[in-house]
Write a protein that binds this ligand. Structure first.
Ligand SMILES: [Zn+2]
Length: 484
């Protein structure tokens, strides 16, 4: 048996002022064939899962390119088509193939390509023919398109948010594809389109119990896999939104009905099931009422993982208005400010302008007299089995407030963003993290409480304030939901 595996991924916020070229992939994560590290990164987990099974099952594994760009705005046509064709050429050279495995995201949008992953898999299918099994792992924050579903035999999305299960789901995908290639199973996909957004976290109820229920259903009654494509609302594309994918062993009306039942179930969760978001002053007041410390405030709407810059100053301004509160915020993206701090050196007192550069929605820059607390050549932090680089970084102190500034854009996955620069979070009443929920696994053990912020942007949190030209309608909450 001959198996090919490759990974091409990013998450595209079509409203973001940041643009992605090939250099953005090469600087973030780019492994030529055979050079993928032992550890999986988020979307490249199928490479590691395929290696594991190659060693136990004895098939011939051909590794292709694996690459990832930090979420941002539109990918250039040259970057996408160049990477796509690189992978397609590798597939042609690897023929004949029994299985093609892809580690994708599912929400990559390039100039001229609203559905990069569907396009990639469609081209791959034309090369490998109808009998080769094509499998793809997607991030749950994907736009699940008909072209993806019809081009692949098996699609498996992450179930957990925060994404703690990317390797587990890659193993599921690899196993299902091997069984399909051995004709032990006949995967058939059923999709229910919720015509709206029903995103949820699995670090809290009711998402936790819901996903535990999905896991319990898999492997029984002919149900091979269940994925909830939550959707990624920061994209004006036709297929944005929540969809349920049930993969059954052979055609099954029960599987089709299950997809619809699960979709209707999520859509009817009560308002109380939704995550509460507090505005900056409300959140600071709420944090002060908590007995212990630190209280983690998640700046969800300036999370680089959602394709925005990560340089918004809303929370810096809010905390500077409370100079008595010991606080920290990070990591803010500002390569220029980092270069100034590194040149001045640790211990220097300098006048520094930082933040508020990428867009009008980033807020005004901060001008302050700061002490450069620490600098580093490369701030490397863990996220599950991955290591993430934020590049050269600096921590600066303004009174009771410590601010971590980074050269690379990446969300605040773990407390090491602060501790590696000498900031002791136990001394802080408030710690603001630039992350939506991936911070949760790392910060939950040290948090007295976690509060989610509504900082008003720059992420397009309020759909009614965005202009969508390509989104299919009706779409809730812009229109009444046709299913309810
Ligand atoms: Zn995601």
């Amino acid at each position: 048996m001959r198996v090919y595996v490759a990974s091409l991924a990013t998450e595209t916020n079509t409203f973001s002022p940041l643009y992605v070229d090939r250099t953005a992939f090469e600087q973030a994560f780019y492994c030529p064939p055979g050079q993928h590290p032992q550890t999986p990164t988020l979307c490249s987990a199928p490479v590691v899962a395929a290696r594991e099974r190659a060693s136990t099952d004895g098939f011939h594994l051909i590794e292709g390119t694996a690459t990832w760009a930090e979420p941002a705005g539109l990918v250039s046509r040259d970057a996408y088509e160049g990477l796509r064709d690189e992978i397609l050429d590798q597939i042609r050279a690897a023929l004949p193939l029994d299985i093609v495995l892809f580690g994708l995201h599912g929400s990559m949008v390039a100039v001229g390509h609203d559905d990069c992953e569907g396009d990639l898999m469609h081209h791959a299918r034309q090369i490998v023919g109808p009998d080769c099994v094509i499998g793809a792992e997607l991030d749950m924050h994907c736009h699940l398109t008909d072209l993806m579903v019809t081009s692949a035999n098996v699609i498996v999305a992450f179930k957990e948010f925060p994404h703690t299960d990317f390797l587990a789901r890659a193993r599921d995908l690899t196993d299902l594809c091997l069984r399909a290639a051995r004709r032990q199973i006949d995967p058939v996909s059923y999709v229910f389109d919720c015509h709206g957004l029903a995103a949820f976290m699995t670090s809290a109820e009711p998402g936790r119990s819901f996903v535990d229920g999905l896991l319990a259903m898999e492997g029984k009654d002919g149900i091979l896999s269940i994925s909830i494509a939550h959707g990624f609302q920061a994209a004006d594309v036709h297929d944005m939104g929540t969809k349920v994918l049930v993969v059954s062993d052979g055609p099954s009306q029960d599987a089709k009905a299950l997809a619809e039942r699960l979709g209707r179930d999520i859509l009817t969760w009560p308002e109380s099931a939704k995550t509460v978001h507090l505005e900056p002053e409300e959140a600071i007041a709420a944090a002060l009422k908590v007995g212990g410390q630190p209280v983690i405030l998640a700046d969800r709407w300036d999370n680089p993982g959602g394709g925005v810059a990560g340089d918004a100053t809303v929370m810096v301004t809010a905390l500077l208005n409370h100079p008595d509160i010991p606080a920290a915020i990070g990591a803010m993206w500002d390569p220029i400010a980092v270069s100034f701090c590194r040149a001045a050196g640790a211990g220097a007192q300098i006048s520094l302008r930082f933040g508020g550069k990428a867009a009008a929605t980033s807020g005004p820059p901060i001008d302050a007299r700061v002490t450069v607390r620490a600098v580093t050549d490369d701030l490397i932090i863990p996220f599950e089995q991955s290591l993430v680089s934020l590049g050269p970084a600096a921590a600066v102190t303004i009174g009771n407030l410590d601010v971590v500034l980074s050269t690379g854009r990446a969300q605040t996955f773990s407390p090491e963003v602060f501790t590696k620069l000498g900031i002791d979070l136990r001394e802080k009443k408030i710690v603001v993290v630039k992350s939506s929920n991936h911070f949760h696994a790392g910060f939950h053990p040290i948090a007295a409480e976690i509060i989610y912020l509504n900082t008003g942007g720059p992420y397009p949190f309020d759909l009614s304030k965005q202009t969508f030209h390509k989104l299919r309608r009706p779409f809730s909450p812009l229109d009444p939901n046709p299913w309810l």
